[in-house]
Design a binder for this molecule. Structure first.
Ligand code: NAD
Length: 494
């Protein structure tokens, strides 16, 4: 782990700034080369990555590929395919008053950016923002989490040789290192983690007015309608089970945190959930290699304590007893109607405990969701088009996915990010590129056609002409001048 002494911040950051100023990182070929290097790192080190993820989190190799290596490779390919188009910016239209003028929006790299990431997807959550930062032409310092130390040290040592170390640095360390980094001046900070630390990051950003993206967490609900087809219901249950226990054992910002279901339908749903937990993870969950381990003892005890309350314990109807401290394993657990004021229903669970909350009517789910902080992700399992419409228009969340969970994360064409308490700003695909770019407005004016009515001394006629120039397109202007169209009220007052 690097400490204050090992990293000479001032010298290194100055060198990185100078390197950025040299223009090297702006070149399209430089950006492509770095992205290709990241891809080669993933291909050549896939086994090491899987081993690190096994060591840090007990993630199965297939899960590691599905959620990290494969997803990041897909994102790199997408960025490489579209990079030159993203870099080329876009033309913009101007009002009539700017006759013979061209305009465009030119994306410009921000400079030296800082990425601080979390431990639950140590490669995915570090490399996804890195792709955006590089694609946009920045120099980057990445600080992965100290809790996933095998993955973080593989990133720090393994990436050397694959990317340009003059512009891309990985700094290892915990809060004390992050705090020192935050004291520096950055052109952008991209943070993934808890709301608590998000606040610390935001107050540090204030000092230099640094633009900030906060990718935070929260409680992601899954509302399940009373699905009548047994096929639909099984598909829904499988997707919920994987969106909870099969995604880093529920230690994911977009994992299903709790389920909402109509009372009359809850036992059907819960029985099917139990069945599919057994089908996916076996009769003896202790033996499964398809559920990740809890990251450390602190989080293990935190999860254990969520069940400690007697009223919460009473609501456990499946699992809840295998809590293997030595192996940091907690079996898939289902609770029905734990007290809503208990920590399990007020705090983000971030583990394999799944409360099922029963409602009188499925529509009551809207009020339930709206009475809590805005979730990062909302899942709704229904074929009812009216309910789908209401969920989109009457609730607020980072994303809403119908009839699946987690899948939205893999989309390069959708913004990934929160709203309200789940964060602000977004990334993935072009959104990552934009997050790490400044959209510069560029106007190129001709020396011809200088409209005299833009300049003082002012007269009523100038006001009339200005108003016409702002309010009509060329065709509309022609119609007014020919008397075929009535000018607006104010114009006619003059
Ligand atoms: P965390 O906030 O404890 O840590 C995140 C990062 O901040 C780490 O790199 C850590 O070293 C650093 N950090 C810790 N204390 C700090 C301090 N005092 N000053 C500056 N930096 C500090 O979060 P975590 O435990 O790594 O992750 C869990 C949380 O992150 C959950 O709330 C989860 O929902 C959220 N999360 C969100 C996303 C997302 O994409 N929105 C993804 C993963 C996790």
């Amino acid at each position: 782990m690097e400490s204050k002494r090992v990293w000479d911040w001032e010298r290194d950051l100055k060198n990185m700034r100078d390197y950025f100023k040299s223009g090297k990182t702006r070149e399209a070929s430089w950006r492509e080369y770095q992205l290709q290097g990241l891809r080669r790192f993933l291909v050549e080190k896939e086994q090491d990555i899987s081993m690190a993820l096994m060591q840090d989190l007990g993630k199965h190799r297939v899960e590691a590929f599905r959620d990290e290596v494969g997803t990041v490779m897909k994102s790199i390919n997408f960025a490489l395919k579209n990079l030159r188009e993203w870099m080329s910016g876009q033309k913009a239209k101007l009002p009539q008053i700017a006759l013979l003028t061209s305009a465009e929006i030119v994306p410009e790299p921000l400079g030296l950016v800082l990425v601080i990431s979390s431990w639950n997807f140590p490669f995915g959550l570090s490399l996804e923002p890195l792709i955006g930062a590089i694609a946009a032409g920045n120099s980057v310092v990445l600080k992965p989490s100290e809790l996933s130390c095998a993955s973080s040290s593989l990133l720090a040592s393994g990436l050397t040789g694959y990317v340009d170390s003059e512009a891309i640095k990985i700094v290892q360390g915990g809060p004390e290192v992050a705090e020192q980094l935050l004291e520096q001046r950055w052109d952008k900070i991209f943070f993934t983690g808890s709301a608590r630390v998000g606040r610390i990051v935001m107050s540090a950003a204030v000092k230099h007015l640094t633009p900030l993206t906060l990718e935070l967490g929260g409680k992601c609900p899954a509302l399940v309608d009373s699905l009548s087809s047994s096929w639909d219901l099984e598909v829904a249950v499988k997707r919920i089970i994987v969106g909870k226990y099969g995604t880093c054992a529920g230690q994911a910002c977009i994992a299903v945190d709790y389920v909402l279901v109509e009372k009359r339908f809850s036992s059907t749903l819960v029985e099917l959930m139990k069945l599919w937990i057994k089908k996916m993870f076996g009769e003896n969950p202790r033996e499964t290699n398809a559920i990740a381990r809890i990251v450390n003892k602190q989080h293990f005890f935190r999860l254990q304590s969520l069940l400690a309350d007697a009223n919460v314990k009473k609501s456990v109807i499946y699992g809840g007893s295998i809590m293997d401290e030595e192996n940091l394993f907690i079996e898939p657990t289902i609770l029905v109607d734990p007290p809503l004021e208990a920590a399990i229903m007020t705090d983000e669970i971030f583990g394999p405990l799944l409360p099922v909350i029963t409602l009188d009517k499925v529509e009551d789910g809207i009020e339930f969701i709206n009475s809590r902080p805005k979730p990062l992700a909302l899942y709704v399992f229904t074929k009812n088009k009216e309910l789908q419409r209401r969920m989109i228009s009457e609730t607020s969340s980072g994303s809403v996915t119908f009839n699946d969970a987690i899948l939205q994360y893999a989309a390069d064409t959708l913004p990934f990010g929160g709203v309200g308490g789940s964060g602000f700003g977004s990334y993935h695909g072009k959104f990552s590129f934009d997050t790490f770019s400044h959209q510069k407005a560029v106007v190129k004016r001709s020396f011809l056609t200088d409209f005299w009515f833009r300049f003082p001394p002012w007269t009523p006629n100038k006001l009339l002409l200005l108003e016409m120039a702002y309010n009509y397109d060329y065709f509309g202007l022609l119609l007014v001048l020919l008397g075929l169209k009535r000018p607006s009220k104010r114009t006619s007052l003059i």
